[in-house]
Design a protein around this ligand. Structure first.
Ligand SMILES: [Mg+2]
Length: 179
């Protein structure tokens, strides 16, 4: 029998690292405060840490694939490679109605199938309504953080609103398994 793991799906820009409009330069990568420690706490609690990131700058021609990869490499260099289990990105823009692009649930489903994830015990953390909608569409409890664009997003759909990543992790660790 396959063991199904709970995951935390992580938006990247504005959630793990500072929001930079279409970040195409690894020199601009700044990890937000408390993110490294938070990812470690999630990992130690048995969660898989999975990045799900819309990168429409690629389809728009603002970010090349090589630049996206350089930014990811810098992120992992700063975070440490062991804290993230997998990354899914969607290069499409809003004109392409791909179910992979958030607010669609496609990247979460891909991750579920590839990593034997139990979505009913999983969470999502993001700074935009489209992140929250993506989580909800996959049946995943979703937390809006007030970093990045989060402070100006309506909180309605989120199951919880957290000041920052560390507070979101606190909430998850206090409410896992429906407690
Ligand atoms: Mg974001």
């Amino acid at each position: 029998m396959i063991a199904h793991h709970p995951a935390v799906f992580l938006d990247r820009d504005g959630t793990l690292m500072e929001e930079v409009h279409y970040c195409n330069d690894p020199a601009k990568v700044r990890i937000l405060e408390g993110v490294r420690e938070g990812l470690l706490r999630l990992q130690q609690a048995g969660f898989r840490n999975i990045i799900v990131t819309n990168q429409s700058g690629i389809a728009r021609g603002v970010i090349s694939l090589a630049q996206y990869e350089a930014v990811q490499a810098r992120l992992f260099e700063l975070l440490g490679h062991h804290l993230i289990d997998a990354t899914y990105f969607c290069a499409e823009g809003p004109d392409n109605p791909s179910p992979r692009r958030k607010p669609g649930p496609g990247m979460l489903w891909e991750a579920r199938d590839a990593h034997a994830l139990d979505l009913t015990r999983s969470w999502l953390i993001g700074d935009k309504t489209s992140d929250i909608q993506s989580g909800l569409a996959a049946g995943v409890r979703s937390i809006l953080v007030h970093t990045g664009y989060g402070a100006t997003e309506p909180p309605d759909a989120a199951c919880h609103v957290a000041k920052d990543f560390a507070c979101a992790v606190d909430f998850i660790l206090n409410h896992r398994d429906g407690r």
